[in-house]
Design a protein. Sequence first.
Length: 271
Amino acid sequence: MILDIYNDSIKYSIKNSKSLFYFGLTLFSIFILWMAYLLILIHYQNANLNLKFASLIVPAVLTLIPGFLFLGYEYKILEISTCGMINGTDKVPEFNNLKEMLINGAKVFLVKFIYFAIPIIILAVSNIAFLNHISGGIIGTAGAIISIILGIILYFVSFISLSNMAAHNNFKKAFDFKEIKEVILTIGPARYILFYIGLTVIECVIAFVLFTITMIAMMIIGTSGINTLTSLEPLWWAMFIITNLIFTLIIALTELFKTRGIGLIYEPIEE
């Protein structure tokens, strides 16, 4: 069954090239946004330091829009996959209804933030100087160990919680720990962990192979003598932009693959 999920997820991730392209563009727009900001900073490098820090607010806020669209599209995939069939006829969702995607993306972000805020808070509190001083560093060490263990547990649980939310289209279901526990037990904790490790390995292999092919292709273009047809700087910038566009599309492809797999491994609890 797990191999079938992997197989389905690979085929599913390349079903709709148009949606995949738009999905990747959300990441590419974030890259372009921060590149533009860095170039502006370089141009105004003598500006007031406080003004530079204050200006971070603009790209940070603007990043939320494509970021939420990215997460909102993943939510769409989870909605379909949690109720779908392995090697079935599930369609890849269209990249549309942007308002709904923004809202759902914000919900996904909030769920992830809440889950990972818990170990971070524990780590921060346990590293208060006063507490470490009176405990001889024991509290800090214990807090770090607890945070790491809890972070790993919540990392795996968060995927099921998001699937549970998407399956019911209900934000509260992301924190229905009783139901989430039953889902994990139904899947099998060891089976789920092994499945996710395998999913990650395949994701990394796909990314590595595609990244390698892209870099080889760009090196061939760079040494093909095309630089004699145009000035070097525009060519460098063109290759830089194209390469990073391809990289963001590869990341989008692997994320689509992983999200599909996570949605398929989810087994809803009958009420």
